[in-house]
Design a protein around this ligand. Structure first.
Ligand code: NI
Length: 182
């Protein structure tokens, strides 16, 4: 296992459309996934896409712990809002409701910044897991947001290009002041 170097905004690998993984069970894919998980945890990220570690393949890893979701949710509602560490190879997203929700996003490839991004609040996603199994889930809230953010990386998109109001692109260190002034 190894901690990989993370590409930052401006590196061309982040602007490419990533390629399908022809054999999700190949040993080199397992190796890549292990390194991506280690890199994500080391960098304290909620998700990481393979292009961010200079590999233009359709692989993402992410997690949506309960601590990142709205504390006001009931137990039943919380179900679609959380997910354990997940590997998705060749993922696909279906938007189940066009209604959007705004939230602050950060990205390991855009260090130090946060931006307010509107995204569909309810999606279904599917993809192949690390054991070659099919994963299919519905997601809401932060869970839906992190999956869409990571899958955008596979299309060569970073979250600032999803923002409609660039006055809400700020330094993470100022978020407290920004919210107080809001
Ligand atoms: Ni990102």
């Amino acid at each position: 296992m190894a901690i990989l170097k993370i590409a930052r905004m401006g590196h061309p690998v982040l602007a490419l459309r990533a390629r399908e993984v022809p054999d999700p069970r190949a040993p080199e894919i397992r190796h890549l996934v292990n390194d991506m998980v280690e890199t994500m945890i080391d960098a304290n990220g909620a998700g990481l896409a393979a292009p961010q570690v200079h590999v233009p393949l359709r692989v993402v890893v992410f997690q949506a712990p309960g601590t990142r979701s709205d504390p006001g949710l009931s137990e039943v509602e919380r179900f679609d809002h959380t997910c354990p560490l997940t590997v998705l190879i060749n993922p696909q997203i279906t938007v189940l409701d066009e209604a959007t929700e705004g939230g602050w996003e950060g990205c390991l490839s855009v260090p130090g910044l946060r931006g307010w991004v509107e995204r569909p609040a309810h999606i279904r996603y599917r993809g192949i897991g690390i054991e070659g199994e099919m994963i299919e889930r519905e997601a809401r809230g932060f869970h839906a947001r992190v999956v869409q953010h990571e899958c955008d990386h596979l299309e060569g998109r970073l979250y600032p290009s999803r923002m409609s109001d660039l006055t809400r692109l700020i330094f993470e260190s100022e978020i407290r002041h920004f919210q107080q002034a809001g």
